[in-house]
Design a binder for this molecule. Structure first.
Ligand code: DCP
Ligand code: MG
Length: 366
């Protein structure tokens, strides 16, 4: 049984801004470009969230929701600096670290002897040191796998610490809303809801066959998550999984032809990135993403198995298909590719050992 810790900074960009400008404390703060542009918010602090202000909404909408909002343009250099300091703290405890973004990481501490093997106490010490050294708060979740540790870090946010010990998994997942499952976005959640599946327990009890009819090869994976099972290893080395480029336009592109006209420059960018990283040999599928004027988005993905690199024509065909889903003006076009993994096996994957080790013993030291 593994011990995974997921850590995630609280209101990261906003918290860093407050650190460097303490006068902001207690006031509603949003990070993003000015409201007279098409900028969307990166994040907002808790004072602002009370007004419904949150990441990904347009700055203009944020100002309407909360007219006293203090809007600050992002300072990525500062966030990077704080992120590196946090990374330094994490490295005290283990080298098995998988960063997900500047403010989030998984740690595999299964084999750590620190704190008598208690991952919970280890997480507590991480929280203490992060606060001491950076002045910022981080939330942590401890669980036997990545999926549950991420749910756990969110469970008591902000400044939270929550553990799901192995013996608690079964009862914990039962009431867990399916939206919390890794990879279940709005669309999948809606499909599941239509079948009356709201919680992981509902999903556990749903017949395999019917689930497979609707979700194909994903059905089994969904079921496993519903039981709290997730074998994904903590990956320490960064391996690029996709190469994407996108552009948000100052004015919506109203017709298919307008959209097609945007492709050559995007394609050029994308090709350059693919070549620079020598990624063409790993090409798995091509995709086109459209974000419509109302912020709804759609992504069309198609397996690419030809021996020559794709041309503009391939993306045009995908764009036409994606466009026909709504035939509406778009504010953003993205194109890209998914890449095949180079990994031959999961080196960090824990074998199921010590099957007869008593659960109680686990629970006490977790
Ligand atoms: N971010 C962004 N655009 C988004 C989401 C996030 O630029 N749509 C940036 C700003 C966030 C940072 O990434 O501060 C971390 O993202 P989180 O989802 O962890 O959000 P926060 O750390 O801001 O808040 P929370 O306390 O909920 O983790
Ligand atoms: Mg965060």
């Amino acid at each position: 049984m593994r011990k995974i810790i997921h850590v995630d900074m609280d209101c990261f960009y906003a918290a860093v801004e407050e650190k460097y400008n303490p006068q902001l404390k207690g006031k509603p703060v949003g990070i993003g470009g000015p409201p007279n542009t098409r900028s969307v918010l990166c994040t907002a602090n808790y004072e602002a969230r009370k007004f419904g202000v949150r990441a990904a909404i347009p700055s203009s909408q944020a100002m309407r929701l909360c007219p006293q909002l203090i809007l600050i343009p992002p300072h990525f250099d500062l966030y990077k600096k704080e992120s590196q300091a946090i990374r330094g703290i994490l490295e005290i405890f283990t080298s098995l670290i998988e960063p997900l973004s500047l403010d989030e990481a998984y740690l595999d501490v299964s084999d750590s002897n620190l704190f008598a093997g208690s991952a919970t106490l280890l997480a507590k010490e991480i929280k203490r040191l992060v606060k001491l050294e950076t002045g910022l708060t981080i939330s942590a979740g401890v669980a036997p796998n990545k999926f549950l540790s991420k749910v756990a870090s969110d469970w008591r946010k902000p400044d939270g610490l929550f553990t799901i010990a192995p013996h608690q998994v079964e009862s914990f997942v039962k009431a867990l809303p399916i939206e919390k499952i890794f990879g279940v976005g709005r669309v999948t959640a809606q499909h599941l809801h239509e079948k009356g599946i709201k919680t992981c327990l509902d999903l556990q009890n749903y017949p395999d066959k019917e689930l497979q009819q609707h979700f194909g090869s994903r059905a089994l994976e969904l079921k496993r998550y519903a039981f709290g099972i997730d074998d994904r290893p903590v990956r320490t080395s960064f391996e690029r999984k996709s190469v994407n480029v996108e552009e948000t336009f100052n004015a919506d592109r109203k017709t298919l032809q307008d959209a097609i006209n945007e492709l050559p420059s995007l394609f050029e960018d994308w090709t350059e990135r693919m070549s620079r990283g020598s990624y063409f040999s790993r090409l798995k599928s091509l995709q086109v993403k459209l974000k419509f004027a109302d912020f709804e988005q759609t992504t069309l993905e198609q397996v690419f198995a030809e021996s020559q690199p794709p041309t503009l024509k391939h993306f045009e065909a995908l764009l036409e298909k994606a466009w026909s889903r709504r035939n509406d003006p778009v504010r953003l076009i993205g194109l890209g590719a998914k890449l095949k993994s180079t990994a031959t096996k999961d080196i960090n994957k824990q074998e199921e050992q010590n099957l007869e080790s008593p659960q109680l013993q686990m629970a006490l030291s977790y």
